[in-house]
Design a protein around this ligand. Structure first.
Ligand SMILES: [Zn+2]
Length: 368
């Protein structure tokens, strides 16, 4: 590091002055080239520009003041040049500001259109599921959740599908491997419906119960335009004293009108589900043709949309093992379930179920 003495000027001709100032300029440049830390930059500033001990100050007082009158102008010009150079070096080292060239290279044309960032939005399945849940939340239902990897007991047995019962074959099940040594009721599978959450909820709380259960379910189905091995359901359960089939009809009629519009009609047909008795399939008047008959409703004017029924006393008997208040002689209830994809496809006019899962932004972007 330089801290060389500033020599006295001995000659005052142009060439001698140029040499003397060039030497000082080199010293300043050499010193500036090694600067890095802010303290070092400050040291450089004090060394050259300091008011009392700075080298420029010393040059000014020793060279300029002691010079013969005719040389003062030439020294003054060179001194100003050196001072500007030192200030430039200092500015560069302290990063006070980039050069004009650097600035113009990075210049931003603020009149150009910006980069548009996509705003996130709910997936149509999530949105439909939330809409359905919202309809029932307004009726006082809360949301129940449970695991997707279930035991045979919760998925089937407690829902009144006894071992070996043919109803099990209607839900082609994906089971977890290597569990042959476990008792059947403890074997794990991917839940085929959201119904096990009915039992899990009843085991946790005595009646009354009013829950909706949105969730993902799995079946060993091959995919086609309207089927997927993974899909979503919203299930509902209402248990209380004096719950009648008319409550079920009124609740679902209201829910369908809330989802599809006040002009939608519902009708109920006898059906079978192991966990409800009696059971019914629910049809709504075709939302595409208003019931006149079209391709979507196969000219019938009606579309089958969900299953439901009064909770089977056998299901209450399983719940009563942990919560004795589920006494089928004192309480009653209804349950219903619907496929979220099917409803979303109807609401948004989607013909391929696979569109929901492909992650294709051209499809998903329509729902933003
Ligand atoms: Zn129709």
């Amino acid at each position: 590091m330089m801290n060389e003495e500033i020599p006295d000027l001995t000659a005052f001709d142009e060439a001698a002055l140029d040499r003397a100032f060039a030497a000082l300029r080199r010293q300043a440049e050499d010193a500036a080239a090694t600067l890095g830390l802010p303290q070092a930059v400050e040291g450089f500033r004090l060394q050259w520009l300091g008011r009392k001990q700075g080298r420029l100050n010393e040059i000014s007082s020793r060279w300029l003041k002691s010079a013969p009158a005719e040389a003062k102008k030439a020294i003054g010009q060179r001194f100003n040049g050196l001072k500007a150079e030192v200030e430039r070096l200092l500015e560069q080292a302290s990063g006070a500001g980039p050069s004009d060239a650097a600035l113009s290279a990075e210049a931003l044309d603020i009149t150009l259109p910006g980069t548009r960032r996509l705003t996130g939005a709910e997936h149509p399945i999530t949105r439909t599921m939330n809409e359905i849940v919202g309809v029932f939340a307004a009726l006082g239902y809360s949301v129940g959740v449970g695991p997707e990897v279930e035991t045979d007991f919760y998925n089937f047995e407690s829902m009144n599908f006894p071992p070996g019962h043919p109803a099990r074959d209607t839900q082609d099940t994906l089971v977890i491997a290597n569990q042959d040594r476990k008792p059947l009721r403890d074997r794990l599978l991917l839940r085929t419906h959201t119904s096990p959450v009915q039992m899990r909820t009843m085991e946790r709380q005595p009646p009354p119960v009013r829950i909706v259960i949105p969730g993902k379910v799995h079946r060993n189905d091959s995919a086609d335009a309207t089927h997927s091995p993974i899909f979503h359901q919203v299930e509902g359960l209402c248990v209380d004293t004096n719950i009648a089939f008319s409550d079920l009809k009124g609740t679902l009629d209201h829910a369908m009108k809330a989802l599809f519009g006040p002009s939608v009609k519902t009708r109920f047909f006898p059906s079978f589900f192991p966990f409800t008795e009696p059971s019914a399939d629910v049809q709504i008047s075709c939302i595409f043709c208003g019931g006149k008959g079209c391709r979507k409703c196969k000219q019938s004017g009606w579309i089958e949309l969900l299953g439901c029924g009064m909770v089977d006393p056998a299901v209450f008997a399983f719940a009563a093992q942990k919560q004795p208040a589920y006494d089928a002689k004192k309480i009653s209830g209804f349950a219903f379930g619907m496929g979220v994809e099917r409803i979303a496809m109807m609401k948004y006019g989607i013909s391929e179920i696979g569109s929901f899962y492909s992650g294709d932004m051209r499809f998903l972007g329509q729902f933003v």
